[in-house]
Design a protein around this ligand. Structure first.
Ligand SMILES: [Zn+2]
Length: 167
C-alpha cells in the first residue's frame, strides 16, 4: 500500500509559567503537577483511500506532537547555584519528554513501514490494525513512565538549602 505521512506540529515547544520567588517554591509547583511537570502530547489523524471500496490502497497519516515545559520568570534574579539547579531539573524533565517523543516517533515509523509492505487491505481490518497500534504506543509510554519514574525526572533532584528560601 502507499503510505503517506504529513507532519503538522512536530515537538512544538509549549510553555507554562511557574510562580515562586525561590527554587524551593518553584520546584514544589513542579512536584504538585506530578507527571504533568513536563508533558509530551501527540495525536495521529489518518485517512484511508479506497480505489474500490472496501479495499484500502492508500493511507495518509497526519501526526502532530508538542512538548509542554515550565518557565520560571524569577530565574533571572536567582543566585548562580540555584539557576544551575533549576537547569538540572529542567534538563532532566526535558530528557524524559524527549524520550516519550522518540518512543512515539519510532513506533509510528514502524507502523508506517509495516503498512507500506502490506498488500491492499480491507478498510475495517486496516482501521482495527492502526487503532490497535496507536493504542499500543500509549501502553508503551505508560511502561516508559513506570521504568523511568525513579530519579530520572527533574522533580526528584535534591535542592541546596541556600536555594530553598526562608522556611
Ligand atoms: Zn512521562
Amino acid at each position: 500500500m502507499r503510505v503517506l505521512v504529513e507532519w503538522g506540529d512536530h515537538r512544538t515547544p509549549l510553555r507554562y509559567t511557574v510562580q515562586g520567588s525561590n527554587l524551593g517554591q518553584a520546584s514544589s509547583v513542579l512536584r504538585a503537577r506530578g507527571h504533568q511537570a513536563g508533558l509530551f502530547s501527540w495525536h495521529v489523524a489518518y485517512h484511508l483511500y479506497c480505489a474500490h471500496r472496501p479495499t484500502v490502497t492508500r493511507i495518509k497519516f497526519s501526526p502532530t506532537s508538542s512538548i509542554l515545559m515550565p518557565t520560571w520568570p524569577q530565574y533571572r534574579i536567582q543566585p548562580r547555584l540555584c539557576q544551575e539547579e533549576w537547569d538540572s531539573i529542567w534538563n532532566a524533565l526535558m530528557r524524559h519528554e524527549v524520550g516519550h517523543a522518540d518512543l512515539f516517533e519510532s513506533r509510528l515509523d514502524a507502523l508506517v513501514a509495516h503498512l507500506a509492505h502490506e498488500p491492499p487491505m480491507n478498510s475495517s481490518k486496516c482501521r482495527l490494525y492502526i487503532d490497535y497500534q496507536l493504542n499500543d504506543i500509549k501502553k508503551r509510554e505508560r511502561q516508559y513512565d513506570i521504568n523511568t519514574s525513579h530519579g530520572s525526572r527533574g522533580v526528584d533532584i535534591t535542592i541546596s538549602r541556600d536555594c530553598v528560601g526562608p522556611t
